[in-house]
Design a protein around this ligand. Sequence first.
Ligand code: WT7
Length: 676
Amino acid sequence: MSEKEKTETSEAEIAVHWGEEAYYYPSLEFVAQANCTDPSIYERFSLDNFPNCYKEYADLLDWYEYWHTTLDTSDAPCWKWFVGGKINASYNCIDRHLPKNRNKTAIHFVPELEEDKVEHITYQELYVRVNEFAALLRDFAGLKRGDRVTLHLPMTPELPITMLACARLGVIHSQVFGGFSGKAAADRVVDSRSHVLITIDGYFRGGHLLDHKEKADIAVEAAAKEGQTVDKVLVWQRYPGKNSTPTPMVDGRDYFVNDLLKKYYGARVEPEKMPAEAPLFLMYTSGTTGKPKGCQHSTGGYLAYVAGTSKFVQDIHPEDVYWCMADIGWITGHSYIVYGPLALGASSVVYEGIPNYPDAGRAWRIAQDLNVNIFHTAPTTIRALRKIGPDEPRKYNYKFKHMTTVGEPIEPAVWKWYYEVVGKKQAAVVDTWWQTETGGFLCSTLPAIKPMKPGSAGPGMPGIHPVIYDEDGKEIPTGANKAGNICIRNPWPGGFQTIWGDRERFVRQYYERYCKNPKSKDWRDWPYLTGDAAMEAADGYFRILGRIDDVINVSGHRLGTKELESAALVVPEVAEAAVVPVSDEIKGKVPDLYVSLKPGFQASPELAKKISDALAREIGPIAKPRKVWIVTDMPKTRSGKIMRRVLSAISNKGDVGDVSTLANPEIVDQIRKMVL
Ligand code: WT7
């Protein structure tokens, strides 16, 4: 074992491990209407039929030119899918639905304020708005194929409209979660080398109209310091024609989109015929270093994968009303609010606000009023809604046929409330395990074919062949129910192409660990390391235990401990910082932050608050630690490494183990007394 493994602790190690549960079966009513009821799909997608099986997903799309090579492995492990194919994502999500479904709602936009009007944007209207904005991006902002543009937008229709306008032009969009800080947006502007930033003046959250424009000013200034000039900031208006921010516009740099758009009314833009492997977007995510990495997703492979999984796992039919209550600022929203559902021609709900505004019944009222029949959310939201309104769903007259949970492991008790109370025992539930990197689902049940098992994500998706390796690279057999590192044996079309601008890190982080031969061009030699621990039961269902690296999953959002630590070190008084994951009843995991101070400084509640505020300012409010513990010294090994494992045991009220070999064992008791 390396020293790192001895000193640090991971999420998976503090995960709650629960036993295996009994199966639940979907209703006949669900099965009778499901998209995928033929179990032979697992054979069609077996390794013997790999990679050509994925033609089935690609054929859900309209191609300008069909591909000649399904999978090109010559640049392993940067896989290329559907090579030779030409396609446009905006065309596939909009134009092709017009002949039959012009007047069907594409996006139901639900503002957070209940007194504001719900917008029902038809496919025709989406077409008009995307074309006009694409013309503006091309002619006013000068954007063209391959350029990157950073979006910092909240949950309003302008976000999918902007994404689809970029996709129409072959411009690579990089959307930053709206709740992230201006500083976080700046880091992503710099890394992607964006010259244009697209934002909005304000949006509602918890009943307040937040000033969002101020973050753009911070972002542009911070990016300039790093040498990246943003020459245009395009500002949507939350209420078109009305200014919702007190932050002034900067002359010659900032433009209200709604003013500019007048010039483009009626404009139409031919979709660019993009190569299948052209990047569609970047999605930054936290990793083991302080610097977030831009996961680069392709156009053809990604769109095929999200269309296929939306159809077979989400069971989306064109006539369904589908509501995924995630934020489009995360991969879940890209794949399963925007690209997947719209590629299939469904109606997708975009809700601006928080699930419990103004009360615990809001989500169920929206479901009832819009006739939502497919619902998708995260365990953290399910836990929170269960806590504040355990009987609320019974008061509303909606009917879900299907529900999804995503983002973190779900405890069987919470799963059962979701199934029994939210789903009224009528909805098929899928627990989908995947990642920003993977574009779409890796493990899940197929809802009409495989029974549900609370607390287990399920088997690998058709065409996804998971394997669990132990530390030495030996396979842990099916049914062993023994934890190990879950990897995927084979590439799949939704997988990211590389880390933007950092192929070396891509190979090192995801492939080096279990690579059988670094010179090989054969995909069989390159298992993909997910970074999660898991165990596999005899029925081939996987239980995911959590991250094995320095990443913490807070309310289904990924935070790198190193990122939090470097944000704490921005505070001048702080000498050392260590972040550890702590189990939390609602959020799954939350970070605890331990800091020691430079000589001459004293601990105080004010200083603790200042440090906590620094994390919110540098990253965003979701990065706020549960507690900031100011300690006189960190527990350290003789070689000076901070023992995060000991701090984690203290925060989680667990056993610190043998600490006698530490350089400063006496500190452990002192910290424990302080925390307990
Ligand atoms: C990490 C990826 C991709 C969706 C949103 C999160 C954890 C995700 C599950 C699940 C147990 C899950 C894993 C994974 N995770 N889904 N159904 N059961 N754990 O995307 O921010 O890239 O985080 O979330 O630890 O590695 P992300």
